[in-house]
Write a protein that binds this ligand. Structure first.
Ligand code: ARG
Length: 456
């Protein structure tokens, strides 16, 4: 097949070079954006009388046919085409003849690909935002349903203080809410149309960039044509947003794995999201959570790939930039897939209240509350801390918990300790009394859930 750009050269390329050069196998997924962009371009060319109205209408009509045939899977992509832009233009011309050749007036593949990618990623942002919101909603519901379950909160993975399980879940909801807001913010800069930048320098035709941008739903146009064709910041920003999403999912996945281990047994994953072993009959493995943790690596890698591709590129367009699409597509697919699995996995997990509570009773996680008790009776906190530590040491030597020490044992460390110590250090009180804003009390959980639901 003759190359559209034959002229300066014979266009007779080594088939290996063709294969190497081709991006169709991955950029074909932007066919809809490419066609919509071309339909808008034809509209602008007609309005500005750059091409005859009848030709523009004919072009648009055939582009719509091609779009619906591709949507229905009735049309095969021609693998000999260099990229999606060439494929659509060649097909159009093969169907309507000479007038098809008018479409590429006042346009270049350089601004066309920049446009398509922005359009594609805007939609991906919306899809990922809605998945994140769905996940946040599930976390709010799950928290509400398990509002009273106490578990040990950890620092250094050592039992630290009692918290509500709901509080733990809602911490992830906060991370995901920030992820939503980061994507919304990135979308603002993505929502600027580069079309009309042409190859690099703009054009001598009297085009109407604002009209074309508005037809395609963009907020604004790019203000420098060199930047318009060479900027990929929006894709880097999105990859960095996606990397942080994966960081959050990976931390959560790690806890899911820990919690479902026999050592913890805080939760049990639904059978639908686990696998067995080919040899060990007893196994119930949290493969999905492990894969989510593992796939984080590829998303970080995608971010590094794109940053490295862009580093040191002279202005304006360079073919290196064709390497932008696979990493960003891969990351979008990965993040969507991970969210789609994670959401029902959390929704269906069984929460083991008894084990969480049992774990919270061990590990002296109310030792801070013993110190706080003394402080409220007038002992300076640092001294109270020391007494509480000595009481813990006593418990360890006696193999008991703080609640089991007798009042006289308490009083041998401080005469200020009275019968009300037992109430002050009961796990439930330790939790419900942490009423500071953002703390782990039930009232704080209610506020958090309300606050989160308002944001969805
Ligand atoms: N397939 C190219 C890409 O993805 C499109 C732009 C090519 N432009 C060019 N002048 N070769 O970046």
């Amino acid at each position: 097949m003759t190359k559209l750009w034959t002229g300066r050269t014979t266009g007779r390329t080594d088939p290996l070079a063709d294969d190497f050069n081709s991006s169709l196998y991955f950029d074909k997924r932007m066919y809809r954006q490419d066609i919509e962009g071309s339909i808008a371009h034809a509209a602008m060319l007609m309005k500005q009388k750059i091409i005859p109205k009848e030709s523009g209408i004919k072009i648009q009509k055939e582009l719509r046919n091609i779009l619906s045939e591709l949507d229905l899977g009735e049309l095969e992509f021609d693998e000999y085409c260099e990229d999606i832009h060439m494929f659509i233009e060649q097909l159009l011309t093969s169907r309507i003849g000479e007038e098809g050749k008018m479409l590429h007036t006042a346009r270049s593949r350089n601004d066309q690909v920049a446009l398509d990618l922005r359009m594609y990623l805007k939609e991906e942002c919306d899809q990922i935002i809605s998945l994140l919101k769905e996940f946040i909603g599930v976390l709010a519901d799950k928290s509400e349903a398990h509002k009273e379950i106490i578990m040990p909160g950890y620092t250094h993975l050592q039992r630290a203080q009692p918290i509500l399980f709901a509080h733990h879940l809602l911490a992830y909801a906060q991370m995901l809410l920030r992820d939503v807001s980061r994507l919304e913010d990135s979308k603002k800069r993505m929502n600027v149309s580069p079309i009309g930048s042409c190859a690099l320098a703009g054009t001598t035709y009297h085009i109407d960039r604002y009209f074309e941008a508005a037809l395609l739903g963009f907020d604004d146009i790019s203000m420098n044509s060199l930047d318009g064709v060479s900027d990929r910041d929006f894709a880097v920003e999105m990859l960095s947003d996606l990397s942080l999403i994966m960081t959050h999912l990976s931390r959560f996945a790690e806890e899911f794995i820990l919690w479902s281990s026999w050592e913890f047994q805080f939760i049990e994953a639904d059978d639908q999201y686990t696998t067995g072993s080919s040899i060990m009959p007893q196994k119930k493995n949290p493969d999905m959570a492990e894969l989510i943790r593992g796939k984080t690596g590829r998303v970080y890698g995608d971010l590094m790939s794109l940053l490295t591709v862009l580093k040191g590129l002279p202005l304006a367009y360079n073919k290196d930039m064709q390497e932008d699409k696979e990493p960003i597509f891969d990351s979008c697919d990965t993040v969507k897939m991970c969210l789609k699995v994670f959401i029902p996995m959390i929704k269906t997990m069984k929460v083991n209240k008894k084990n969480m509570h049992y774990a919270a009773q061990k590990g002296f996680i109310n030792a801070t509350d013993v110190a706080d008790y003394l402080t409220k009776k007038g002992v300076p906190f640092r001294d109270a801390y020391k007494i509480s530590g000595q009481l813990v040491a006593l418990c360890i030597s006696k193999d008991c918990i703080l609640e089991e020490l007798s009042l006289s044992e308490y009083q041998s460390y401080s005469a200020l300790i009275k019968e009300d110590i037992y109430e002050a250090i009961s796990l439930r009180n330790c939790v419900i009394k942490r009423i500071s804003e953002g703390g782990t009390s039930i009232s704080s959980i209610d506020t958090q859930i309300q606050w989160i639901r308002k944001k969805l």
